[in-house]
Design a protein around this ligand. Structure first.
Ligand SMILES: Cc1cc2nc3c(=O)[nH]c(=O)nc-3n(C[C@H](O)[C@H](O)[C@H](O)COP(=O)(O)OP(=O)(O)OC[C@H]3O[C@@H](n4cnc5c(N)ncnc54)[C@H](O)[C@@H]3O)c2cc1C
Length: 511
């Protein structure tokens, strides 16, 4: 029987990120996917700043920033009249990267390339049909009659997760909105491609987002080759399965009717689809040796582009904890901190995306007045734009209230649980680097002068970067997790660090 430390079920963005992060931390991993090969359809088309950081830390960014488009603005219109512009800006916490308009196919390709470099290729056409746990591990069976024995199994197998079902984990939730039509279409005559555009109309909203055209000269924009993601809301649509030609026809008709633009035209489509919006959250993220991440754990409205981002960040959070447990540097209770830290964030994402969707699709006159006349102006305020960027980018996500955050007096940022910005740092030999380039595959200790790391590396059973930065106070040390959140800060040589490590690694909590 094939044996490994971790079986990752699903080679979507969540599973690929998890596998890359586990491999960078030296964990043996198999990735199984029922599809015959990589998906060719774009699906999610935005990767917010925090997701860009994760790919960077894993060495998977490789030219994506240049190839994608930057999501700079969203302009709202009623008919041809612009009523407001939301500008994604600096959230005021340093090193904020712009969000990227990049189709999911592009993101997955980067992750697959990186994973191949790390020695793993997904096993395609390998559908998981059974997961049987015992005290030492789990046996995964596949539709082709194969079996893999693993210590841990992670279901990254999407909204209809078989792993979730096989582990007996419920997925309660409710529908949020009727049918959306979606398509990557060739268009001419569209407003500028520096941002996205949204039209409000009594029949429902229309949104258009510029899509990258790999290898094309941007100077030639404006012609029928321009690629746009078009999304149209259809209220009260009866059930039924419109075929691709019908979806394209309806996209075209709704665009012309609701935007009033006679100067823009929709040509053929690279891809079309349609879906209803549901919000669902798994009852638990862990059942024994089985864990869930990404869409297998939570689904919600695509408005706001949080789907791929939340899955990728789940994976990064889980990977270092699994790595510690696999190499016996930590006890399994550490794995429960994954849900404790990530579930509140998923609840926030479900709440926010549901609220945004309901406001966007409501046909109620009062809701329309609020949306079209009040909110459009409020979103023009710089403070609101900063707040919107911070929420959408997930850069301000903190685990301060989680079980791994100790009690630090208020007012000293970063506090344990906070994301540490991508600080300029130096190695002991004076070589310059960035904090986020040093973590990912390992932990870091940061102080005014590069500190000794041997004791902490022994405790963690893996490498720890010794880095110098003027940010910690004189005599202070910061322990930074592989996902760039602050684990602990305190006086160099104090027993506090050893206490934190003991409590986190043995008991999965320091409170
Ligand atoms: C039409 C559409 C449009 C979308 N638009 C947006 C958007 O605009 N913005 C946004 O943020 N999000 C969007 N999403 C959601 C986004 O695509 C998901 O949030 C994201 O793909 C989640 O990644 P994941 O890796 O968790 O799951 P998935 O990408 O669903 O990957 C799951 C993988 O598991 C595999 N698998 C499933 N079952 C098994 C099994 N039994 N055995 C082995 N393998 C299995 C599948 O083949 C697949 O490769 C869209 C989704 C769809 C379908």
């Amino acid at each position: 029987m094939d044996e490994t430390a971790v079986v990752v079920v699903g080679a979507g963005p969540t599973g690929l990120t998890l596998a890359c992060a586990l491999r960078t931390q030296g964990v043996d991993v198999r990735v199984l996917d029922r599809a015959a090969g990589p998906a060719a359809t774009s699906r999610a088309n935005i990767l917010h700043a925090r997701g860009v950081e994760v790919l960077d830390r894993l060495g998977a960014l490789r030219g994506l920033t240049e190839e994608a488009r930057t999501a700079a603005t969203i302009t709202s219109y009623i008919g041809s009249e612009p009523i407001g512009r939301l500008r994604f800006g600096d959230v005021g916490i340093g090193t904020a990267r712009p969000a990227l308009l990049a189709p999911q196919t592009m993101v997955e390709a980067r992750l697959r390339d990186r994973l191949a470099e790390l020695g793993v290729r997904p096993a395609w056409s390998t559908e998981v049909t059974g997961v049987h746990q015992d005290a030492e591990g789990a046996t995964v069976t596949t539709a082709d009659g194969g079996t893999v024995r693993a210590r841990w199994v992670v279901g990254c197998d999407g909204a209809h997760s078989a792993v979730r079902r096989l582990a007996g984990i419920g997925f309660p939730g409710a529908p949020v909105a009727d049918r959306f039509l979606i398509g990557d279409v060739h268009m001419s005559g569209m407003p500028d491609r520096e941002g996205s555009h949204g039209w409000q109309h009594p029949d429902g909203m229309v949104a258009a987002m510029p899509m990258p055209r790999p290898g094309r000269d941007d100077g030639a924009e404006g012609g029928p080759d321009d690629l746009w993601r078009l999304m149209v809301y259809l209220a009260g649509e009866p059930d039924g399965e419109p075929d691709d030609a019908e979806v394209l026809r309806r996209l075209r008709a709704a665009f012309a009717h609701r935007t009033g633009r006679t100067d823009a035209a929709v040509y053929g489509a690279e891809w079309v689809s349609h879906f209803r919006v549901h919000r669902r959250l798994a009852d638990t993220y862990r059942a024994g040796r089985v864990l869930l991440a990404g869409d297998a754990a939570h689904i919600h409205s695509p408005l706001g582009g949080q789907g791929m981002l939340t899955g990728v960040c789940d994976a990064e959070n889980l990977a270092w904890k699994l790595a510690l447990v696999v190499r016996s540097a930590a006890a399994p209770p550490l794995l429960d901190t994954y849900e404790a830290e990530r579930r509140p964030l998923a609840e926030d994402v479900l709440r926010t995306t549901t609220a945004v969707t309901r406001v966007q699709v409501s046909g109620h006159p009062l809701a329309r007045l609020l949306r079209d006349r009040v909110l459009a102006r409020v979103f023009a305020l710089p403070a609101v734009q900063r707040r919107a960027t911070a929420v959408a980018s997930q850069l301000r996500v903190t685990y301060r209230r989680g079980p791994l955050a100790g009690r630090t007096p208020p007012g000293r940022a970063p506090r344990p649980g906070d994301r540490v910005p991508d600080l300029p740092v130096r190695h002991a030999d004076g070589t310059a680097s960035r904090l986020h380039a040093e973590v990912g595959g390992r932990w870091a200790l940061v102080a005014r002068r590069a500190p000794g790391v041997d004791a902490v590396a022994d405790r963690l059973g893996g490498p720890v970067a010794a880095l110098a930065s003027p940010r910690p106070r004189e005599g202070e040390v910061w322990l930074v997790r592989p996902d760039a959140h602050l684990a602990w800060r305190g006086a160099a040589g104090s027993p506090g660090l050893e206490r934190w490590l003991g409590a986190a690694l043995r008991h999965g909590g320091v409170r």
